[in-house]
Ligand binder design. Structure first.
Ligand SMILES: *Cc1c(COP(=O)(O)O)cnc(C)c1O
Length: 391
């Protein structure tokens, strides 16, 4: 048997041991973390909807009407009117023919990729894609071509060289650890030129980007039948689950073939009801998106003079690259001492030597919260410089 104690010790020594912090109470800008209040820049509740009263009420009313469980998988007897209504509303919102609601984004991607590509087909994947797209590609048994991040010339060449008759391109729309947006016009054009399909994972853009939160495609003004759009519902939407939207025939194929849709109990109808209420808030509350963008500008202005590099991003994800794992952990610890929580992200989530603080902003934050983080980082940088001089 493997020596698990030694394995864990090795993680400790490399600064790679993760530990969970326990949050109590509702989501919000300030969280009760292991018993103490911290201003949290650590959640994906970008619009501040996870504890929205109207959305919570929708869940409560749905529980009163329908109870808590769906009873079975969608293809047996678990497909509920709330699921059907939600799918219609999601499709209309993103301007697609049809949408399909999955239990989680992870399950959606690990089910969709193998449903669309198999042995002898080819999958083309951005080097910085989320783990669940990578796992989906591996499960598919298709030939996998990983192209350098956002490198459309490399993708073009790989597509041109591929003899496969079915080609599937996988990309995050907003990259989860870098915050940048994929070249969406070029992806759509390459799919057209090479008769390929794109699965675009907009986990971080849905609700945040676009005139009323419709996501990255609406933001960029891209429309294409060759793009299958995936949004997740546990981040900006504040609830749980995911959906894929696109051509009706492709979506129907997924109902028939996506194993993570078929072989799992349907999500409780109360969650679909909560997502429907969330969609109404997403559509109506443009001020939440405006406030998020204003916070991003405020943070970037405040951190302009720091020794660490803030990656280019206008959105909710503001990654501050520190470098070594232990250095990133030290900065995180210093922020915790100053009442702010921004998680250190280390390999294998990001490449070695680029450990970073993944600062996430939310419409739930106030200007004062953002200013507090800026001061804490400026103080931390100053004391790091003093310590380096003294050594
Ligand atoms: C969070 C995330 C997922 C997973 O979605 P869940 O609903 O949390 O399982 C998928 N893709 C990307 C890019 C993500 O950031």
């Amino acid at each position: 048997m493997r020596d698990f104690t030694a394995g864990l010790q090795a993680l400790d020594e490399a600064g790679l041991r993760r530990r969970r912090r326990t949050v109590d109470g509702p989501q919000g800008a300030v969280l009760d973390v292991d018993g103490r209040p911290l201003i949290a820049f650590a959640s994906n509740d970008y619009l501040g909807l996870a504890n929205h009263p109207a959305i919570a009420d929708a869940a409560i009313h749905a529980i009163q009407r329908y109870g808590v469980g769906a009873g079975a998988s969608h293809l047996i007897s678990g497909h509920h009117a709330e699921h059907a209504r939600l799918e219609d509303e999601l499709a209309a919102f993103v301007g697609a023919e049809r949408a399909l609601y999955f239990s989680t984004g992870y399950m959606a991607n690990t089910g969709i990729v193998p449903a669309l590509a198999g042995r002898g087909d080819a999958v083309f994947s951005d080097a910085l894609n989320h783990a669940c797209l990578i796992d989906g590609a591996r499960l598919s048994r298709a030939d996998l071509h990983v192209y350098p991040h956002a490198d459309m010339a490399a993708l073009d060449a790989a597509l041109r060289a591929s003899p496969a008759s079915h080609r599937l391109i996988l990309s995050d729309a907003v990259f989860s650890m870098d915050g940048d947006i994929a070249p969406l016009h070029e992806l759509a054009a390459l799919a057209e030129r090479h008769d390929a399909l794109v699965l675009l994972d907009d986990a971080h853009g849905f609700g945040v980007l676009g005139p009323h939160g419709e996501g990255a495609l609406a933001h960029a003004g891209v429309r294409s039948d060759r793009i299958l759009y995936l949004g997740t519902l546990g981040k900006a939407a504040g609830v749980s689950g995911a959906f894929v939207a696109g051509r009706a025939d492709i979506v129907e194929w997924l109902v028939q073939r996506a194993r993570t849709y078929i072989f799992t109990t349907a999500t409780p109808p109360m969650l679909a009801a909560a997502v429907r209420a969330s969609l109404e808030v997403i559509r109506a509350d443009d001020w939440r998106r405006d406030r998020l963008r204003a916070h991003a500008r405020r943070l970037r202005d405040g951190l302009a003079g720091l020794p660490w590099r803030l990656l280019p991003s206008e959105g909710a994800i503001q990654p501050l690259v520190i470098g070594e794992n232990t250095a990133a952990l030290r900065v995180m610890a210093s922020l915790l001492d100053r009442g702010c929580w921004a998680p250190a992200i280390r390999p294998p989530t990001v490449p070695a030597g680029t450990a970073r603080l993944r600062i996430t902003l939310s419409a739930a934050h106030t200007d004062l919260h953002v200013d507090t983080l800026v001061s804490a980082l400026v103080d931390t940088a100053a004391s790091a410089t003093t310590a380096a001089r003294a050594a």
